[in-house]
Design a protein around this ligand. Structure first.
Ligand code: FES
Length: 197
């Protein structure tokens, strides 16, 4: 009987397979960038509310500041002067001059009598009549009262002629008009109701 030779331990058996990939040294993985921490939703809402409060406070402060500044600039009504100069008598030709109607509500008239200034207020209810040069009359746009070129009413509801303002010459020889001193028709011939030329 043949004797069995002892075999070396491990002889005749295949070496255990090892995963080659596992043996290879792996390059270190790049560390993933840490993501910035996300603000929680309620934090955003809080921030929005904070912004809103800040903007509100800023608006209130600005409004207060504007009110404070306005104290130094009080509202003032710039009324036209009731006494004013209109120029030299030679500045006016015969007829009706309307250049002071807008600013002073008067017409400067020159006629055979001299220079007189009509207060441009309708004697019915106080509207400003229009001067119609082609018709040589004043006509009130409110209710149709009509006046001749001297301001005497002849049609419509106006009860009397328009008043005239006081006129005089100052030291320079310029015409001064005083709207607070007026003359009704019965006093159109008074001194001060016209300037002789
Ligand atoms: Fe001039 Fe009435 S206000 S006609």
């Amino acid at each position: 009987m043949a004797e069995e030779k002892p075999t070396a331990p491990g002889a005749g058996t295949e070496p255990p397979k090892l995963a080659t990939a596992a043996l290879k040294p792996q390059p270190p993985k790049a560390a993933a960038k840490p993501e910035p921490p996300k603000a929680p939703e309620n934090e955003k809402g809080l921030q929005r509310r904070r912004d809103f409060v800040w903007y509100g406070c800023a608006a209130l402060l600005l409004a207060g500041l504007a009110t404070f500044i306005k104290i130094f600039f009080p509202r003032t009504l710039f009324e036209p002067k009731t006494r004013f100069t209109i120029g030299y008598p030679s500045d006016f030709g015969f007829g009706v001059d309307t250049k002071f109607q807008q600013a002073q509500r008067v017409w400067v008239c020159k006629g055979p009598q001299g220079i007189y200034v009509i207060l441009a207020i309708c004697t019915h209810l106080g509207c400003t009549p229009d001067w119609l040069a082609t018709e040589n009359l004043f006509k009130c746009p409110c209710h149709g009262s009509t006046y001749d070129s001297e301001g005497r009413n002849f049609a419509g509801p106006a009860p009397r002629p328009m008043a005239r303002c006081h006129v005089e010459l100052n030291a320079e020889g310029k015409i001064v008009v005083d709207k607070l001193k007026t003359y009704e028709a019965a006093r159109f011939g008074d001194e001060g109701a016209y300037l002789p030329v």
